[in-house]
Design a protein. Structure first.
Length: 227
């Protein structure tokens, strides 16, 4: 007789692997983290690991996917708040995202350092797909509200949201490369500011916002990541 799967126990056990991997990425780094480290952390066999994940890369993909879920879930109450205007929602959405990253600096820095390796090409694609699936409906709702309020000039909220998500993914990749270049001493802080300001201007043009109204990083956060 086939064994009945307990979905709750399965989810809890899978999360334990994700928690262990996240701790090890933060303490040792992804490249230095061996699969055996994860097994030792949880005192389980390799067979138990492969019951949930097909590879170390699949484990990293799952860690990132869970991060997307948590980050976007924090935005949902903002989007559904009837007392906020569309521009206010944008500001609060991205402020919450910046704060979320700030609370996980060690993990975020380590992920950036391994993000552009050829081995993570599939993971990067999964991140893009996952982000598009979760973030596009939220931004579409805000764009629709902004159109109704007259604060945004977009004609098609759904299509505008798709463009915004694509731009956000591009900006995030650019910011990651700027971080690495800044760490290597290849660019100045002023270079970073100019590049990110150009991205902010592009967002404003898409939505028809006045100059300086896109919720960019504040100076303290900019200095924290790129100073």
């Amino acid at each position: 007789m086939a064994r009945t799967l307990d979905p709750v126990a399965h989810a809890v056990r899978r999360d334990a692997f994700l928690d262990a991997a996240q701790r090890l990425i933060q303490s040792k780094g992804y490249e230095q983290m061996a699969l055996q480290d994860v097994l030792d952390e949880l005192e389980v066999s390799k067979g138990a690991f492969y019951h949930y994940f097909g590879s170390k890369e699949a484990l990293l993909a799952a860690v990132v996917d869970r991060m997307i879920d948590v980050a976007t879930a924090a935005m949902e109450p903002v989007v559904s708040d009837p007392n906020l205007t569309a521009p206010e929602k944008l500001r609060r959405m991205f402020a919450s995202l910046a704060a979320w990253k700030g609370e996980r600096t060690d993990l975020m820095i380590e992920l950036v350092r391994v993000w552009f390796s050829d081995a993570n090409a599939v993971v990067r694609d999964q991140l893009r797909i996952g982000t598009q699936a979760r973030l596009t409906p939220l931004l579409a709702a805000v764009a629709r509200q902004g159109k109704d309020e007259g604060t945004f000039t977009n004609k098609s909220p759904e299509h505008t949201a798709g463009v915004l998500v694509a731009m956000l993914l591009g900006t995030n990749e650019t910011a990651s490369r700027l971080f690495l270049a800044r760490q290597a001493g290849e660019i100045t802080f002023d270079d970073v500011e100019c590049v990110l300001a150009a991205h902010a201007e592009a967002f404003e043009r898409v939505l028809g916002l006045p100059p300086g109204s896109w919720p960019s990083l504040d100076s303290q956060t900019m200095r924290f990541w790129f100073g």
